[in-house]
Write a protein that binds this ligand. Sequence first.
Ligand SMILES: NC(=O)c1ccc[n+]([C@@H]2O[C@H](COP(=O)([O-])OP(=O)(O)OC[C@H]3O[C@@H](n4cnc5c(N)ncnc54)[C@H](OP(=O)(O)O)[C@@H]3O)[C@@H](O)[C@H]2O)c1
Length: 408
Amino acid sequence: MPAEVARIGLLGSGTVGSAFRDLVAERAEAIAGAAGRTPEITGVLRRTEGNFERILEDSEIVVELIGGTDPAREYVMRALQAGRHVVTANKQLIAQFGDELFDAARESGVQLRFEAAVAGVVPVIRVIQESLAATEITKVFGIVNGTTNFILSEMTSTGASYADALARAQELGYAEADPTEDVEGTDAAAKMAILARLAFGVPVALDDVSYQGITEIQPDDIAYAKELGLSLKLLGIAERRDGGLSVRVFPCFLYPRHPLAPVEGPFNAVMVEAPTITEITMSGPGAGGVETASAVLGDVFSILSGRAPVHAARESLEIVRDISSSFYLHLEVADRPGVLAQIADVLGRSGVSVRSVVQRGLGDDARLVMVMHEGPEARFFEALEGIALLDFLRSQPRAIRVIEEEFV
Ligand SMILES: NC(=O)c1ccc[n+]([C@@H]2O[C@H](COP(=O)([O-])OP(=O)(O)OC[C@H]3O[C@@H](n4cnc5c(N)ncnc54)[C@H](OP(=O)(O)O)[C@@H]3O)[C@@H](O)[C@H]2O)c1
């Protein structure tokens, strides 16, 4: 007897949606064998095709692959309220309207799944919500934006400027024509807000995430850091810190043995830390139509096989903003005696201590490259303001965070 059909309404049939249609056709029989139901797309909505009301009426699972929040928010809410399970790849929707959508799913007793919204194919959401559901997670962090990781890798391997590396990423289809969300860090911030909410049971709004992008990175920062054995990544971190929760995105240097240091190109990698598991690292392609569609189909499969995600117990953790970090500091200075002593004096007055210093170039090319020991960020930024006022500086100081942890 043929397996019963599971009716899927598909909203959006662009890059991911059309790959999803192909994948459903290709994998339907295998899924029927494993989950006992045959997935079938029974309605498709595009700008020029289909009718939402009819698709909603005729489906038991709604897959949202339109993107953005309007009209996706309304469609997803309507589907949940009508008792349909929903699968989406839409990070902005979950990051901005997660609360109301999770509430609606709970009230209707249906699932809202969104594995493809964070870290591409890397199954980090399933791992947090299922494998680690009973674990007290202390930190989730990683490279969650493939576009910026490609740009930084390109700058590192070829010495290209930020603008040239971005142009290359656009040429290869790794960056969109308008790359703002990726390069300014807002895409990664939305993903970290989602991960923080899942790992710590705290509703994290986009405003709770402090973020910085990669547009100010200069090739010589990367070149000098290479000499110090450091590699540059745009990192998202969500962690329990000082009795609260800190969620942030920033470019930073990693020491060579760090598990994220070798992650190159348009890849994503996420690490989870907890006392009982030490740490785990997951990595894989960060985007792509087929890859994303495969994560969406994984969510559909989970629904068909009757698995429900576990939501972390709600905690009340305050958002902590002033935390401790280590910094790299790049200063273009006049080549004259006493310069280093004056900089050390400003740093010392703010309680910032220097871990290493390298002097490079002579005359008009003289510069100092310093790495600080970890300390409160507020004190470092206070020192930075003082350094910027010194009359021998030839340009604005450039500071980039450094992750000091070394992994063995
Ligand atoms: N592309 C990736 O690699 C990737 C990776 C991870 C996550 N995602 C996420 O996946 C989702 C889909 O991305 P995509 O790249 O597939 O987008 P896309 O290629 O732009 O496709 C969007 C689809 O939605 C339809 N659509 C747009 N506005 C609509 C409206 N008002 N009413 C009905 N249909 C509408 C479009 O219709 P027409 O066909 O008529 O234009 C198109 O079929 C987004 O949330 C994105 O962030 C994408």
